[in-house]
Design a protein around this ligand. Structure first.
Ligand code: GLP
Length: 243
């Protein structure tokens, strides 16, 4: 476990972008697992700048996203497909067919899960998985208590997640109650994990996740068992780490 402490969100994003850039340069056909939320936006902006300068080529990169709200299609502004197109895919030279996000419009959960498992397996393994973390320690949409052995899951969002994510919707009732997510098993099989965290709000849970017991109550704590994980966080997020 490598821990990198940064001054602020900006520096966190730059350091994380360096790791993603190095991966793309070293292996131009890498499979990269991507995340949504406010944490990776800075990193995506830097990748776009580097692409515009001619320093990065995404033409052979394949991506697989962590999660999607069940019930939202790609043209819904709060869907994660929409987010990815907006912040990254439409701004770089990745062929859109190389990008994968669970199908939020598939009503049959079993089918959605099976389809995404098939997609992930067909990619032949994730080289680098980017992760953020929810306020309750969730990764992807693996909420506390989600079984650890799933490749892909349909999960029910906890009230704390609905509360945290309602800021993006007109009202709380509009936040979908379920989501499709890459499961812990798939995340743990990624060759490398890049975990980013920022802000004081997550200080307590991130300290528990990496310095407390490994427990399904804090899904991110399982990452302690990964053999190639880099955690990049700003001072505020690391403020409750043991000295
Ligand atoms: C959502 C996503 C997670 C993400 C989390 C944190 O719940 N499902 O994948 O890590 O938000 O978001 P933020 O970075 O905005 O705090």
């Amino acid at each position: 476990m490598q821990i990198i402490r940064t001054k602020d969100y900006e520096e966190m994003s730059r350091k994380a972008a360096n790791i993603v850039s190095a991966q793309i340069i070293a292996k131009p056909d890498s499979v990269i697992g991507l995340a949504t939320g406010s944490s990776p936006i800075g990193l995506y902006n830097i990748l776009v700048e580097r692409y515009e300068k001619g320093d990065l080529d995404f033409s052979r990169i394949r991506t697989v996203n962590l999660d999607e709200y069940k019930g939202l299609g790609g043209d819904h502004p709060q869907s994660y497909r929409y987010f990815m197109n907006k912040y990254l895919f439409s701004r770089i030279n990745i062929p859109i067919e190389n990008t994968h996000v669970p199908d939020g419009l598939e009503k049959d959960s079993e089918k959605a899960v099976a389809d995404y498992i098939k997609i992930i397996r067909s990619l032949g393994g994730i080289d680098l998985q980017l992760l953020g973390m929810g306020n309750n320690g969730h990764i992807g949409f693996n909420e506390p208590g989600t079984p650890l052995e799933l490749e892909v899951a349909c999960t029910t969002l906890t009230d704390s997640t609905i509360e945290a994510n309602k800021r993006f919707f007109d009202k709380k009732e509009d936040v979908p109650r379920q989501a499709y997510t890459m499961g812990i098993k798939t995340i743990m099989h990624a060759k490398k994990i890049l975990f980013i965290v920022s802000g004081e709000k997550k200080a307590e849970v991130v300290a528990k996740a990496f310095f407390g017991p490994v427990t399904p109550d804090i899904p991110a704590s399982i990452l302690q068992l990964h053999n190639n994980i880099t955690i990049i966080g700003d001072e505020a997020a690391f403020s409750k780490f043991p000295v």
